[in-house]
Structures are given as C-alpha cells and as structure tokens.
Design a binder for this molecule. Structure first.
Ligand SMILES: *Cc1c(COP(=O)(O)O)cnc(C)c1O
Length: 729
C-alpha cells in the first residue's frame, strides 16, 4: 500500500509531524488498527487500500459523534429557532478531508498514516463523491449546510438519499456515455440509518368532504426511512444534521388492498414503491414533467414536515410545557427555506396538516404558512420553470390540488380587489395556467406562499422584480469556497450535458472533435491543447479550478442567474473574461471593473436587440473570421469522416439561437486580445489576480448565510464555540 515518498512528500511529512500532537497520533493509530480489525474485519495481510480508507473514515468519524450528540442535546435544551433547508439536491462531494479540517485532525491523521506506512492522500482518493446534485443549486445547498454549522445555527438539511447520484460521464469515441453512479456499493461510513424514525408518505386516493373537515382516503403509503449525516462546523464543536430520506415499501405493500399476483408478485412489486429514491434526475435548469419526479418532490416534503412538526410539538413552545400545541408560534420557532420550487409542495402540505389534521382555520393556517416559508429562485429560463399538469396532480395528490385551487382563489380575489377590471393581470398572476393543458405554476405558488423571495445575485433579483410578480424580494449572493493545490495545466475546458439533452451532447462532441484536429496539428504542436475534462464533479472542481489562469463566464446577459464557478475561480487566482451577467457584475464591483475582462451586451442591449430582431447571418456575413469558423464546422473540417455531423449545431446557431451568441462574438475576440496582451506581462497579470482575491470576500457562503439568517430567518449567527467533548470512544 505504501509508496516510496519523494523528497517533497518527506519534507511535508516532517513539517507536519511538528504540528501533530504525539498522543493524538498514537491514539489515532490505535483506533485505526481497531477499526481495521473490528469494523472492517481485516488484517494488514489482506487489507486493500479501500479497507484502509474505511478504517481512517471510521477513526475520524468517532471524533464527530460526541460533538454531534452534544450539539443536538444543546438544541433540545436551549430550544433555539430551527432552520430547515429543503432541497432535492445536496452536492456534497467527499467528506473525509472536510471533516479532518473542521475538527483540526488533518495533520495528526497524516502523521498517523505516515507512521503506518500509508499515504493519506491515496486513501482520500478511495472515497466516492456524494454526487446528489447536478451543479450549482446542489453545491450551494452543500456549502450552506457547512456555513450554517460554522455560524452556530440550529439548522437541518432535508433531502433524498438517492441510491444513484449524478451519472458518471465517460467519453467514448468523443461522445458522452452515461454510467450509473453506484456510490453506495461499498457502504457509506458517514451516514446513520434511523429506521425507528420512519414516516408514512401518502399518494393517490381521493378526498371526502365532511362537516368537520376534509379527509384524504384510500391512499397508497410509502415509508420514508431517514439516514442522518453529520455536518460539522469549522472548529466550533457544532455538528448539525443532514437528514436524507430513502423510500421503503411497507410490509403489507400490495398484499391487502392491491393484491395482483399473490405473495411473490407483491414482494417483487415493492421495488415500484422504492423506486422513489432510486435516482437523481440529471436535469440542470430543465423541467421534465415526470410523475416519478413529482413523487420525489412530495416524498421529501411530506416526510420532512412530519419531522418539523414533531420536533416543534416536543419543544417548549409546542406542547412540552403547554397543554395544546400553539401553532401561532411556529413561525417564531421554525424557518423553512425552499431551494428553488422543487420542494414547493411544502406550502400546500403545511396547509393540509394545519387545516385538515390540526383543525386550524384557513386564515390562521395561511398566516402561519407564509410567515414560516421562504423561497429562493434559481433561474428565469422558461424551460426550467416547474409547471405541473393539473391532471397529474389530481391523480397523485388530489387533496393538494384542492388546496392549491383554494390558495389561488383567495390570491386572485386579492389581486382583483387591488386592480379592478385588470383581467390580463389576473391571468398573468394566477397559479393556474389556462389555455391548452392546465398547469400549476410552482414559482407563483412559492411567491404567494412565502414571506421572502430572493434571487441568487443582485442582477437576477432585479430581473425577477421587473419580470415576475414578486411582492417583496430580498437579495442574496451564493458562494462556494474551495481551497487546494494546483494539479492541472490551465488549458482546460469543461461543460456539461444531461442525458437526452441532445444539443449539449452535440456540443461535447464538437469540443472533442476540435480537440482531435488541434491536438494533432503539427504546426500548432504542443503550444495549444483542447481538452474536455471527463466526469466533472466536486472532486474534479477542487483540483481543476485552482489550476486555471482564465475563467470564461460568457453567458448572454440576463440568462445566468448567478453562476458560482465564477466566484470559485476568482478566489483561486484566475482572472475572469465575462459578460455583465449574474455574479460577474458584483465581482467587477468588488475587484474593480478594470481587474476583470468585461465584454459584450448588457441586459438593456439584449432587450434592444430583441426589439430590433436578432439575425445571426448579419454577423456571419460581416465577420470573415466568424464565417470561416462556422463554415469549417458546417463543412466537416472537424469531422472529416462525417462531414454533416455538426450541421444541426450550425443550423441552431444560424437560425434559432435563443442566446444570440454571434452578437457578442466580435467584442469577445477583441477582449481575448487584451487577455493575451496582459498574459505576456506576468507582473501586471498578478496585480489583477491580487485585486480579485482581495475583493472576493463578499462571495463567502458564510457571509451569505449570515445575511439569510438576519434578513429572512430572523436569527442571529454566532461565532461562539460549544465546549469540546471528550472524544475517547
Ligand atoms: C460550482 C460547481 C458547479 C456550478 O458551477 P456554475 O459555474 O455555477 O455553473 C457545478 N458542478 C460542480 C462540481 C461545481 O463545483
């Protein structure tokens, strides 16, 4: 297992040894060996590198347990306001190194492994990414959990424990091929199953209206089995919980009511119910109206709200000290943050629980619901907006459809009272879209059911205010911080495509085709390589982003809500060439516009161009270089064996390019010439890098969460530490 250490590694080890407490190291070695023996049931003759990783993971995990239990005890006793961050995605990546860093164990573990003849970085590389997200939205949720723990907030992340996360991307003959992400195959040392807290989630059935209220009956039940993952704060002894639900068929599933083919068939059909948590939908910024996805969304919402209300009921303000639960205190003790509209069903579900089960009046329940819930919008692209067909809703969640209709009836009554006779406004603001197939607009549902709505960057919030009906918008900035060493060369390109997302896959194929030509051109030689980074994921971002010199953030103004990669590159010493879009705008504000390479249309220019009419061929005919590039792509220069391969991409660019990229082309090329000129002057380049790094503080997710806490949740973040526990297992 051990590999000979280079001089560099040795120096690193020696410097590390001075920092690691000797007792700590001895104890870590002992516990590592104990776990190898008792947990992995291996000795050093037969142990694999993966066994050593698991032994180290369990050793480190032991140091979380005391802090975890004591943090939760502390919350139970102090009963602070709880924040519930509900998200269909938590893109966590790896856990081992983050845990060691936050618990200040990294040096001691490194030394302990070294003394055992093992290389810690090699062991770290055995950990699977927890890839339970598509991109920015899921990574944001992961960063927010980290920051909420670091700021001492009594916070919980709630989501789905997908058995298969985002697919592994293989490039085969230049094409993307997807492979299932079987991340749990060897077990997950960071999670703890809690079957004792299993909760029923209901689907289908029908409603009965009685004088004493509405009953939802004849439902099919799926159980939600929680798995808890510890979320340590940065060196403050706080350990919060991420609770992910897994679908489990009840024992009587299909045996009593829906018996189709007898006992064996009923047991086999349990898979159908358990498919709910089988796989993450690999759609980034795209709405695919599949029934299974709606089931996932309601599944996480229903199980989570049961947990929230149980915890509230046993709290001081619930019934622990009061005979009957006083739900009017719910908004003082609970904040629910909806990560995009994916968990929007929390709004009608909370209404259903309060009205149908807890027998509150509609008015009282609605006031509680609105003051408890807040919504973060992540995009204005129409293809990403969730618009569920009413028919599907009626079938899967009949009671919730009635509730949504009632929310809408009252909402439109208010609008009509404010704007008498304005029927067009009523149509625009309705939660229900008429005309053709009736659909529920989930963003509208979130806006009327929340007390705060925020976009993810200033410009995005401004666009939301100008284009969508938003009563009150607070603004926020997301961010992700990565630290690491440069391990890759800078000429790196990456992009992303969900399976079935045809255009994106064709773009990947075009990039690999250009690589085949450029990388084998004898004149170009080794001076330029076009490389498509296969299987981009959190682990690869941690390595690749610090290696980059130039960050290209070139979305057409008004189309990228924020971006988060832009900020990661800024922090890690790359300069940005970008449009005035998303968080680029604030990056320019913070670092100084002269320290970024800004080009292209502003939002107003794009609007003007839309009015004038965008015609790609004008740019194509006017700019010979652009024409040549497009002609080469269309004519098979990059695909000599299949000259027509990229005709559809060219056709898209020339005739239906919603993003109007040719309109920014000329300015982009001019701007790249400025980049080239500055790159030849390392001193001036480095100056700008320093202004960027010095200016990126605003983009800390700690800063963002402190702002959410104060402006949305009515909570005060703290840098106080909990007392350190006795770690001895
Ligand atoms: C940050 C991040 C993203 C999102 O990047 P954007 O630039 O915001 O699109 C996607 N995937 C991974 C692995 C990331 O770390």
């Amino acid at each position: 297992m051990s590999k000979p250490l280079s001089d560099h590694d040795r120096r690193k080890q020696i410097s590390v040894r001075g920092l690691a407490g000797i007792e700590n190291v001895a104890e870590l070695k002992q516990n590592f060996n104990r776990h190898l023996h008792f947990t992995l049931v291996k000795d050093r003759n037969v142990a694999t590198r993966r066994d050593y990783y698991f032994a180290l993971a369990h050793t480190v995990r032991d140091h979380l347990i005391g802090r975890w239990i004591r943090t939760q005890q502390h919350y139970y006793e102090k009963d602070p306001k709880r924040v519930y961050y509900i998200s269909l995605e938590f893109y966590m990546g790896r856990t081992l190194q983050n845990t060691m860093v936050n618990l200040a164990l990294e040096n001691a573990c490194d030394e302990a492994m070294y003394q055992l003849g093992l290389d810690m970085e090699e062991l770290e590389d055995m950990e699977e990414d927890a890839g339970l997200g598509n991109g920015g939205l899921g990574r944001l949720a992961a960063c927010f959990l980290d920051s909420m723990a670091s700021l001492g907030l009594a916070a919980y992340g709630y989501g789905i424990r997908y058995e298969f996360g985002i697919f592994n991307q293989k490039i085969v003959n230049g094409w993307q091929v997807e492979e299932a992400d079987d991340w749990l195959r060897y077990g997950n040392p960071w999670e703890k199953a809690r079957p004792e807290y299993m909760r029923p989630v209901h689907f289908y059935g029908r409603t009965e209206h009685h004088p004493d209220g509405v009953k939802w009956v004849d439902t099919q039940v799926v159980l939600a089995l929680p798995y808890d993952t510890p979320v340590p704060g940065y060196r403050n002894n706080v350990v919060n919980t991420m609770r992910l639900w897994s679908a489990k068929a009840p024992c009587e599933f299909n045996l009593k009511d829906f018996n189709v083919g007898g006992y064996i068939q009923a047991v086999l059909d349990r898979n159908l119910a358990e498919n709910i948590s089988r796989v993450l939908y690999p759609n980034d910024n795209f709405f695919e109206g599949k029934e299974l996805r709606l089931k996932q969304e309601y599944f996480v919402v229903s199980a989570t709200l049961q947990d929230i209300i149980r915890r509230f009921k046993v709290s001081k303000f619930g019934s622990r000290e009061i005979a009957r639960t006083d739900f009017s205190k719910l908004p003082d003790k609970v904040a629910i943050q909806l990560n995009d509209t994916h968990p929007a069903m929390a709004i009608p579900e909370l209404m259903r629980v309060l009205v149908d089960e807890e027998k509150l009046s509609w008015e009282k329940a609605w006031d509680i619901c609105v003051r408890t819930c807040a919504y973060t919008n992540h995009t204005v692209l129409p293809e990403a907006l969730e618009r569920w067909p009413v028919d599907l809703f009626a079938h899967l969640l009949p009671r919730h459809l009635e509730i949504v209709f009632e929310i809408n009836r009252r909402h439109l009554e208010n609008v009509a009272a404010k704007f008498p006779g304005d029927n067009d406004r009523l149509r625009r603001m309705s939660l229900i879209e008429e005309g053709g197939q009736k659909r529920i607009n989930m963003a509208h549902l979130c806006i009327v059911g929340s007390h705060a709505v925020n976009g993810v960057a200033q410009i995005h919030s401004d666009i939301l205010k100008a284009t969508v009906y938003v009563p009150e918008i607070t603004t926020n900035l997301p961010v992700i911080l990565y630290a690491g060493e440069s391990q890759l060369t800078p000429e790196i390109q990456s992009t992303y495509a969900a399976p079935g997302y045809h255009t994106a896959k064709m773009i990947i194929r075009l990039i690999t085709a250009i690589g085949e030509v450029v990388n084998n051109d004898p004149v170009v030689g080794d001076r330029l390589k076009v490389i498509f980074l296969e299987n981009y994921r959190v682990t690869l971002a941690e390595k690749g982003i610090p290696a980059a010199d130039l960050s290209e953030q070139i979305s057409t103004a008004g189309t990228e809500a924020s971006g988060t990669g832009n900020m990661k590159f800024m922090l890690n010493g790359a300069l940005t060439i970008g449009t005035m879009d998303g968080a680029n705008v604030e990056m320019a504000e913070e670092a100084g516009e002269d320290n970024l390479f800004i080009f292209g249309m502003r939002v107003d220019d794009v609007d003007e161009l839309d009015k004038r009419g965008y015609h790609a061929e004008e740019y194509y005919n006017r700019l010979p270089e652009l024409k040549q590039a497009i002609d080469q792509i269309a004519g098979g220069f990059f695909s000599p064996k299949q000259p027509d391969l990229f005709k559809e991409i060219v056709n898209m660019l020339m005739h239906h390019d919603r993003f109007k990229v040719f309109a920014d082309y000329e300015d982009y090329i001019k701007c790249q010439e400025k980049v080239n000129a500055l790159y030849k002057n390392p001193k001036e380049w480095t100056k700008k890098v320093i202004f960027n790094i010095a200016g990126c503080g605003k983009f800390s997710s700690d800063r963002t969460i402190a702002q959410y806490a104060r402006e949305i949740w009515g909570m005060e973040p703290t840098l106080e530490k909990l007392p350190a526990p006795d770690d001895k297992p």
